[in-house]
Design a protein around this ligand. Sequence first.
Ligand SMILES: [Zn+2]
Length: 265
Amino acid sequence: MNNTVDAGLVFLLNGPKLLVDLSSGVPGIPDTSVAELLGLSLADGYRLGSIDGADCHALTVAGESEPPPGMAYLGLRKLFGTLNDTRYEMAVRALAILNWDRTCRFCSACGAPLGRHETILAKVCEACGFTMFPRISPAVIVLVERQEKVLLARASRFAENLYSVLAGFVEPGETLEETVLREVREEVGVEVSDIRYFGSQPWPYPDSLMIGFTASWAAGEIAADNDEITDARWFTVDNLPKIPDKLSISRSLIDWFIDKHRKER
Ligand SMILES: [Zn+2]
């Protein structure tokens, strides 16, 4: 018999940091016994789903909590590529749900406290019955090509010298394609066409869903808005600037471009 089936896994978050078991040399997810060790109850957390038949739970622990022996709190971003993909994705889900749980406590219609919905992932107002679902904020992220060149930009919030593809939040009433057109126009003054879906990535910092696209330059010369974007340029694969880490969909988009143009040679 496989004991892990009964044990279950606990994705325990301390702020944005995940509790990992380091006793085997590589970071692992602790089993349910860790809840008792830390004086926590699984009933206060959320059921996330299962991995290989093991129930997965999300739990929060207070900031000053010491990790149990052999364990550590590590930043989720640092665990990318270290935890296996299934566990990493479950940890992202845990962080997204716990962020929502922490920040959605009162009814936005009447101000009364919220309780948990009995069967679905939502909260219900005890006074007026209003239902609140986890907030997910969709944002587009787009790689713009012009023949063999890619448009990369430096945002004022980026680490020094880092360039990436453009991104922006979807506004109410917009299609995703309209968001792509508007964001590229607003941030760098360029018109695009041939907008194609690339892929998506949950980004729980705190509640985004990044929806990736590729697009082709159609008209206009780059004019950075000098607000969100401080510099933007066309780059070839041979003269790329510093780009984001492997973790993000922005890097996946840039890697797609690199791969395509290296193959063409
Ligand atoms: Zn209410």
